[in-house]
Design a binder for this molecule. Structure first.
Ligand SMILES: Cc1ncc(C[n+]2csc(CCOP(=O)(O)OP(=O)(O)O)c2C)c(N)n1
Ligand code: SF4
Length: 350
């Protein structure tokens, strides 16, 4: 049995603006269970980065522990990667982002990783508005440790072993909204048509972007009593706002759309075209988004799509007024300008 992907590539394979093919954005062969939702997320991230023509060496992919956190190994072979301790992805992402603000940061985590051991870290990376895309592959269980219920499992949800969740669930989208995220979306790993534009828009968003991706665990949580099974999610999806991402390099019409759609100009000039499925849904209203998520959940359904966006958002570097030059590129003379500068600063406090 071979564990390596074949190197052969057809000479006429389609290339993007950088002359790279889809294959250049792939990673190692997945060792996850066949049919695991996380592999579909891998495919969506690969497609999004290839379509955005991102230089792989400008990307840093950081994850925690879990089957979901293994996923970055299966995309973007040529990117920087760091697999952290369980739940600690946010601090490592923050440190890396402080040292080099110029990379594109992709965080990958699981619902066990983020909603339990890493919940404190999650809260703080959101409120600090680190410029990153934080993805959670949400299967309601701890897949890697054989299916214990996660804190995101709704009260009463049963895993494959028949164990029912006794407690109130943590909804990571509501939490992200409450902690101050400026881009919040939920999607389903089996809905690439929705997920890929959301990933592209989230990467282009300046500030903290969060996507909760329902990603069924076929081995431990794809049973009839689970609200994360493929069948349950297919039958209970309600869409808030459909996002269609338009890169600046293609023709762009930036005028206001009709009543059912709206064009949002992102910071890098890209256009996010929203079409509203629910006529009264307002993706600029944080409180409205939180209330709608809870309301749809109370009806036994799952709200997906772009729930909230603040296109004018700031990020940690702006809030903290850090230097435009990445810290790792600063020269000794700038870092240590000499005693006379220190004297002047001290004088200014007298
Ligand atoms: C400090 C620490 N505690 C516990 C574990 C055991 N552990 C490994 S993965 C995992 C849960 C992962 O669940 P989740 O984040 O939902 O990812 P999934 O495997 O479901 O994709 C746990 C508890 C660990 N590796 N390290
Ligand atoms: S145990 Fe579940 S989450 Fe882990 S690889 Fe298998 S299907 Fe995916």
């Amino acid at each position: 049995m071979s564990y390596r992907k074949p190197q052969f590539r057809h000479p006429r394979l389609e290339v993007n603006d950088l002359g790279l093919t889809h294959r250049d954005y792939e990673g190692a062969l997945s060792t996850l269970c066949a049919g695991c939702g996380h592999d579909a997320i891998t495919a969506a991230v690969t497609q999004a980065c290839a379509e955005l023509s991102l230089p792989p060496h400008r990307i840093a992919k950081i994850s925690g522990i879990g089957c979901s956190s293994k996923a970055p190994n299966y995309f973007l072979n040529h990117a920087h990667g760091f697999n952290t301790v369980h739940g600690r992805m946010p601090s490592v992402a923050t440190g890396a982002n402080m040292a080099n603000r110029d990379l594109i940061y992709l965080g990958m985590s699981g619902d066990g990783d983020s909603a339990s051991i890493g919940f404190g870290q999650f809260a703080h990376v959101v409120r600090r508005r680190l410029n990153m895309l934080y993805m959670v592959a949400n299967n309601g269980v701890y897949g890697l440790t054989k299916g214990q219920l996660a804190a995101t499992a709704e009260q009463g949800m049963k895993n494959k072993a028949g164990e029912a969740s006794l407690f109130t669930d943590i909804d990571l989208c509501v939490s992200a909204l409450q902690f101050g995220a400026t881009f919040v979306a939920r999607s389903f790993s089996g809905d690439k048509a929705q997920l890929v534009p959301l990933i592209k828009a989230a990467i282009s968003h300046k500030g903290f972007a969060f996507i909760d991706i329902i990603s069924p665990c076929v081995t431990f949580n794809n049973n009839p009593d689970s609200t994360r099974s493929y069948d349950y999610v297919h039958d209970h999806i309600v869409t808030a706002a459909v996002a269609d991402f338009v890169p600046v390099k293609q023709e762009i019409r930036c005028e206001n759309g009709d009543a059912d759609s709206e064009d949002i100009c992102l910071h890098d000039g890209s256009i996010l075209r929203l079409s509203r499925i629910q006529p009264d849904y307002d993706a600029h209203d944080r409180l409205h988004a939180m209330a709608r998520i809870e309301q749809v959940k109370a009806e036994g359904k799952i709200l997906t799509g772009l729930m909230y966006i603040d296109p004018e958002a700031d990020d940690y570097h702006e809030i903290n007024q850090t230097t435009d030059t990445p810290l790792n590129a600063l020269k000794q003379e700038t870092l240590c300008p000499g005693n006379h500068v220190l004297q002047t600063i001290n004088e200014s406090f007298r």
